[in-house]
Design a protein around this ligand. Structure first.
Ligand code: IMP
Ligand code: MG
Length: 183
């Protein structure tokens, strides 16, 4: 299915292909919520969203996790307007919350090279969390730089540049409710 250029969200640009529909995403997010609920029987759970890409996924995901939890965010800047990784990661916002003794669930939109997450895992581990796991909506399975398994994965992603459901290209398309590949 092609995302129509007539969609008023798209600035007249056609997206190449709808990779994941709204319904497909919603069904998988419900399953992920159940998996996560079952995986954390006790202890404080802090769901840490990596901004900006995870904001829609995180909002949907936490409503499917049926246990007490707190939410905070991290801002790491890595890509600029390019569609390939620049290799640079910069922390722009650090969570206020103390991580010591808590289960940390780091929520990411997409794992590409894994560079961003590897850098963050190292940094967050130094704060003595009880556990730290990654939940990614999408995983390209080309990450050579991430030395930590991604515990929860929404979907295996094609090796294409994807936008929508929080993912951007030069800040466009984050509000598109489905995931599509860019022309
Ligand atoms: P990595 O450090 O190479 O794994 O890149 C991770 C970050 O790059 C993600 O959090 C996204 O913000 C961005 N990114 C990687 N691939 C894509 C894509 O296909 N579409 C949109 N953003 C992407
Ligand atoms: Mg991005």
């Amino acid at each position: 299915m092609t995302a129509s250029a007539a969609d008023p969200r798209l600035k007249g640009r056609a997206l190449k292909r709808v990779a994941l529909s709204e319904e497909t995403i919603a069904a998988r997010v419900r399953e992920l919520g159940r998996e996560i609920t079952a995986s954390y029987p006790d202890g404080d759970l802090l769901v840490l969203g990596l901004l900006k890409g995870s904001f829609i996924f995180l909002a949907d995901l936490v409503r499917q996790i049926e246990r007490p939890l707190h939410v905070d965010f991290l801002v790491a800047s890595s890509y600029g307007d390019a569609t390939v990784s620049s290799g640079m990661v910069r922390l722009v916002y650090d969570p206020e919350t103390d991580l010591a003794g808590k289960h940390i669930l780091l929520v990411e939109d997409i794992v590409d090279s894994g560079r961003t997450l590897q850098r963050l895992m190292t940094l967050l581990n130094e704060r003595n969390p009880r556990s730290i796991e990654i939940c990614a909506l999408l995983h390209k399975h080309i990450a050579t730089e991430l030395h930590h398994p991604t515990r929860f994965i929404g979907f295996d992603a094609p090796n294409e540049f994807l936008v929508g459901y929080g993912l951007d290209h030069a800040e466009d398309f984050r509000h598109v409710p489905y995931v599509a590949s860019l022309q």
